[in-house]
Design a protein around this ligand. Structure first.
Ligand code: BZD
Length: 808
C-alpha cells in the first residue's frame, strides 16, 4: 500500500484521539503501540475482505493448514513490512519524535507454540500469503501460551504466560461464526427397517467454539489470508449441564471445565486428566474448522463430489488427525453421502506432515478414552480400520503381521500416524534424510504399501522475518550490493556470491556482525549481569532442551576447555562467548538438570580469574521468537549438533545461515542439505554417520564406559562432574554422569566427543583468518535462499495441495 507521511501522521493522531481521547504528545509508549496497531489493522482490513472475495470469484482452491500450534512472534513489525509502509511510518514517527523500535517492544510475543513445529506453521503462513497462495491457518486460541521461563539459582522455573492480559490488537472475534462441538455421550448404529444403519449420538455435551481471526499479510501483494483460532466457551446454561442441575455453583464449574479446553498450550500429559484434555483440544479445533470449511464450501453451490478439488486440509503432525474421521462424519451423517464417496473425498482432501521419528512422540490414544470422549469418531475410526484390514483379504503377497503392525487400532490403542497415512493422499517428511528414514525405517511397511503417497518437503523459514526484520543492516547491505530482487525472490541471494572476496563487502559484513554482537552483549549485560566481549567468538545454541539435541555435548566441550585453561599452561584458545537459550518441558527432569549444569558451569567459569575472560557462558532465559530475532543475527557459530538421525530437519540452522553464521553440525536433518548448498569448505561437519548410528542402535549401542576409561580427556571432564570441581551440581552431575556411563550414553555424546573437539579446533583456526571467515559467511548468506519458506510452500502448493498462486 502507498501512503504519505502526512496522511499517516493524520491517521495516527486521529486514532489516538478516538481510542484514548488524547493527543499523541501526551500518550505513553503503550498507548502509542495500541493506536498504531489498531491503525495498521484498519489499513489491513480493506484488502482482507477483498482477498476473500477474489478467492471466491476465481473459485480458487483453498488450503487450510491445521496445526495445534502457531508461533507467530510479534506482528506490528512484520505487518508494517509486508504492507510496504515500514519506512514511511518509521520516518513519520521519527519526525514526531517517536522511536518505532520502542513502540514495537510493547507488543507481547504470543507464545502459542513449543518450538520448531509451531514456528514452521507461522513461517508457512507468512510465505503462503506472500506468494498469493490461498492458505489459511486453523488452530486454538490458547489463553496461556508456552510458560515463561525464569532461571532462579540456575534452575528453570515456569510461570504462566498471560499474553492476553492487555488487548490483542490483531484479532477479530467473530461470535456469529461460532459452531458447536460435541463431546461424550453414546454413539451406535441403529438398524432401520430397510436394513440401513443410521448413526445415533445421544447424551453429548456441546461446547461453543468461537473463532478469532487474525490477518496474515502478504508481502507487498495485497493478499491477506486468515489465521482462525478457536476459543472454547459455554454455549447456554441448559445445554449439557452435568447431573446436579444448573445451580450457580454447578454452572460455574461447568463453565470452567469448558473453558479449560482452550486455556493452556500443551497441558501436562503425565496424568490421565491431562491427556484427556489434550485429546479434547485436538477434536475441538479440528471439528470447528472442518464444520466451517464444509459450510463455506456449500455456499459455493457446487456438488460435494468436488470438495477435494476446492479444499485442501493439511494435517501438521498428528495432532489434527481427527480431521479425517470428522470429515467422514460430516459427509455421511450430515450430508448423507455413502461411505465410499465420503472416503474418496476425504483422502483427496487430506495430507499429512510427519515431524519426528522419535517413537515416544508418536501419538496414540487408548480406545477407552476415545470411546468416552468421542464415541461417534471412534466408530468411524473402527470402520476405517476394519476396511483397511479387509482390503488385504484377497492379496496373498501381504504378510498378516504387516497388516497388524500398520493397522490403526491395535494393542488397545488408536494410532494417529497410521490414521493419517491411511486417510491422506500425501505424507511428507521435513528434510531429505528424514523422509528417507521414514521410508526405510519407521514407516517402511507403509512405504511398501503406498510408495506414491510419500514425498519430501524440506522445511524453510521466512526471509522476511529472519533477515529483513531481524537484520535490517544486512538487508540494506544486500540491497546496496545486489539490488533488492532477493526480497521477492530469495534465491537471488546467490547474486552475493560474486562479492565473497570483495574487501568492501567483507568489511561491511564484519562491521554489521559486530554491531549485532554489541547489541546482544548489551542485552546480556542488562539481563544476566555478565560482561561479554563483542570481539570474542559468539557461539550459539538456541532450541528446545532435549537430550537428542545434545546441549550437553556443547557444555562438556566448554568444561573441557575450562579444565585445560586452568591445568595446562600450554593451552591457548581464542576468546569465546557460548550462548544458550532453551526451555525444558516442565516434566522433563533430565533436561532441567542440564539447564542447571550449564548455569553452574557459567557461574564458575565466568568468575574464575584463571580463565582470564577467554570463556564466557551465558544462558538467556525465556528463549522465544522475539529473543531469537536478536540472538541469531549476532551469531558467528551455529551449533546444530543433534545425534545423527534424530533431528527431523531443524529450522534455526537455516536462520543462522541466512544471517552469516558458520554451521557446526552433524549430518542430521536439513544440515545435510545445508552442506550440499554451501559446499564443504563453508561448513564444519563432525560426528557419526547415519549408518554408524543405525548400526549401533541395531546392536544395542556401544560401550561408553570403555571410552571413558580409554580417553583421558573424557575421563577428566566426566570426573569433574562428580568430584566437586564444578560447584553446586551434586545431584545433576551424578545424574548426567550416570546417563553417560551407567545408562550407556543413548545419544552418543561421548562417542562424538573427540570428533566434536576436532571440529571446534578447525573452526577456531578458520576464525583466525578473517578473510576466510568473512568469505564463508558470505557463502552462507548467498546459499540460504533455497531455505526460504517461499520455496517450500510453492513445493507444497504444486506437489501436495494442487493450488495455484493468484497474480500479485
Ligand atoms: O519440528 C520439530 C522437529 O524436532 C524439528 O526437527 C523440525 O525442524 C520442526 C519443524 O518441522 N518438532 C517439533 O517442534 N515438535 C513439537 O514442538 C511438538 C509439539 C507438541 C507435541 C509433539 C511435538
Amino acid at each position: 500500500m502507498i501512503i504519505s507521511k502526512a496522511q499517516f501522521k493524520k491517521d495516527f493522531q486521529k486514532k489516538m484521539l478516538s481510542l484514548y481521547s488524547q493527543e499523541v504528545e501526551d500518550s505513553s509508549n503503550s498507548e502509542k503501540y495500541f493506536a498504531l496497531g489498531y491503525l495498521v489493522k484498519d489499513y489491513i482490513s480493506e484488502n482482507w475482505a477483498k482477498t476473500a472475495r477474489k478467492y471466491e470469484k476465481y473459485g480458487e482452491k483453498q488450503v487450510y493448514y491445521f496445526s495445534i500450534e502457531f508461533l507467530l512472534g510479534r506482528l506490528l513489525g512484520s505487518n508494517l513490512l509486508n504492507l510496504g509502509i515500514r519506512n514511511t511510518v518509521n520516518d513519520a514517527l521519527t519526525e514526531m519524535g517517536i522511536d518505532l523500535n520502542d513502540i514495537e517492544k510493547i507488543e507481547v510475543d504470543p507464545g502459542l507454540g513449543n518450538g520448531g513445529l509451531g514456528r514452521l506453521a507461522a513461517c508457512f503462513m507468512d510465505s503462503m500469503a506472500s506468494n498469493g497462495i490461498p492458505g489459511h491457518g486453523n488452530g486454538i486460541r490458547y489463553k496461556y501460551g508456552l510458560f515463561q521461563q525464569k532461571i532462579v539459582g540456575g534452575y528453570q522455573i515456569e510461570l504462566p504466560e498471560n499474553w492476553l492480559r492487555d488487548a490483542n490488537v490483531w484479532e477479530v472475534r467473530k461470535p456469529d461464526h461460532a459452531v458447536k462441538v460435541r463431546f461424550y455421550g453414546d454413539a451406535w448404529m441403529k438398524p432401520e427397517e430397510d436394513g440401513e444403519l443410521t448413526p445415533i449420538h445421544t447424551g453429548y455435551q456441546e461446547v461453543l467454539a468461537v473463532p478469532y481471526d487474525t490477518p496474515l499479510v502478504g508481502y507487498e501483494n495485497k493478499t491477506i489470508n486468515t489465521l482462525r483460532l478457536w476459543s472454547a466457551e459455554i454455549d447456554s446454561v441448559d445445554s449439557g449441564i452435568p447431573a446436579g442441575g444448573s445451580s450457580f455453583r454447578n454452572v460455574l464449574s461447568y463453565k470452567r471445565e469448558i473453558e479449560s479446553i482452550s486455556e493452556v498450550l500443551y497441558p501436562d500429559d503425565s496424568n490421565y486428566e491431562g491427556r484427556l484434555l489434550r485429546l479434547k483440544q485436538e477434536y475441538f479445533f479440528v471439528s470447528a474448522g472442518v464444520q466451517t470449511i464444509l459450510k463455506q464450501f456449500k455456499e459455493l453451490g457446487l456438488p460435494l463430489s468436488e470438495f477435494g478439488e476446492k479444499v485442501a486440509i493439511h494435517i501438521n503432525d498428528t495432532h489434527p488427525a481427527v480431521a479425517i474421521p470428522e470429515l467422514m462424519r460430516l459427509l455421511m451423517d450430515e450430508e448423507g453421502l455413502e461411505w465410499e464417496e465420503a472416503w474418496r473425498i476425504t483422502q483427496a482432501t487430506m495430507s499429512y506432515t510427519n515431524h519426528t521419528i522419535m517413537s515416544e512422540a508418536l501419538e496414540k490414544w487408548p480406545i477407552d478414552m476415545m470411546k468416552q470422549l468421542l464415541p461417534r469418531i471412534l466408530l468411524i475410526i473402527q470402520e476405517i480400520d476394519r476396511r483397511y484390514r479387509e482390503s488385504f483379504v484377497l492379496s496373498t503377497d501381504i504378510n498378516p503381521s504387516v497388516i497388524e503392525r500398520t493397522a490403526i487400532i491395535s494393542d488397545g490403542y488408536v494410532k494417529m500416524a497410521h490414521l493419517c497415512i491411511i486417510g491422506s493422499h500425501s505424507i511428507n517428511g521435513v528434510a531429505k534424510l528424514h523422509t528417507e528414514l521414514l521410508k526405510k525405517q519407521e514407516l517402511k511397511e507403509f512405504y511398501q504399501l503406498y510408495p506414491y503417497k510419500f514425498n519430501n518437503k524440506t522445511n524453510g523459514i521466512t526471509h522476511r522475518r529472519w533477515l529483513m526484520l531481524a537484520n535490517p543492516e544486512l538487508a540494506a547491505l544486500l540491497d546496496k550490493t545486489i539490488g533488492d530482487s532477493w526480497r521477492r525472490n530469495p534465491q537471488d541471494l546467490k547474486l552475493l556470491k560474486r562479492y565473497k572476496r570483495d574487501d568492501n563487502v567483507q568489511s561491511e559484513i564484519q562491521r554489521i556482525k559486530l554491531a549485532n554482537k554489541t547489541r546482544l552483549a548489551e542485552y546480556i549485560k542488562a539481563k544476566n549481569g555478565i560482561t561479554v566481549d563483542p570481539n570474542s567468538i559468539f557461539d550459539i545454541q538456541v532450541k528446545r532442551l532435549h537430550a537428542y539435541k545434545r546441549q550437553l555435548l556443547n557444555a562438556l566441550h566448554i568444561l573441557y576447555q575450562y579444565i585445560e585453561l586452568v591445568t595446562n599452561p600450554e593451552f591457548d584458545m581464542l576468546p569465546r562467548t557460548y550462548i544458550f537459550g532453551a526451555k525444558a518441558a516442565p516434566g522433563y527432569y533430565y533436561a532441567k538438570e542440564i539447564i542447571k549444569f550449564i548455569n553452574a558451569l557459567g557461574e564458575q567459569v565466568n568468575n574464575d580469574p584463571r580463565v582470564k575472560d577467554k570463556i564466557k557462558v551465558v544462558f538467556l532465559e525465556n528463549y522465544g521468537v522475539t529473543l531469537a530475532e536478536m540472538i541469531i543475527p549476532a551469531a558467528e557459530v551455529s551449533e546444530q549438533i543433534s545425534t545423527t538421525t534424530k533431528e527431523a530437519s531443524g529450522t534455526s540452522n537455516m536462520k543462522f545461515m541466512m544471517n552469516g553464521a558458520i554451521t557446526l553440525a552433524t549430518l542430521d536433518g536439513a544440515n545435510v542439505e545445508i552442506l550440499e548448498e554451501v559446499g564443504a569448505p563453508n561448513i564444519v561437519i563432525f560426528g557419526m554417520s547415519e549408518q554408524e548410528v543405525l548400526n549401533y542402535y541395531r546392536n544395542g549401542g556401544y560401550n561408553s564406559r570403555e571410552l571413558y576409561n580409554s580417553d583421558p580427556r573424557i575421563k577428566a571432564v566426566l570426573d569433574s562432574l562428580v568430584n566437586g570441581f564444578i560447584k553446586d551440581i551434586a545431584t545433576e552431575g551424578r545424574d548426567i554422569f550416570m546417563s553417560l556411563i551407567d545408562y550407556n550414553d543413548e545419544f552418543f555424546v561421548l562417542k562424538d566427543f573427540d570428533s566434536y573437539l576436532a571440529a571446534q579446533k578447525r573452526l577456531e583456526d578458520l576464525y583466525k583468518d578473517r578473510f576466510t571467515w568473512n568469505k564463508m559467511a558470505i557463502e552462507n548468506i548467498s546459499s540460504s535462499g533455497v531455505f526460504s519458506a517461499d520455496v517450500t510452500v510453492k513445493q507444497y502448493a504444486a506437489g501436495i495441495w494442487d493450488t495455484r498462486m493468484i497474480e500479485r
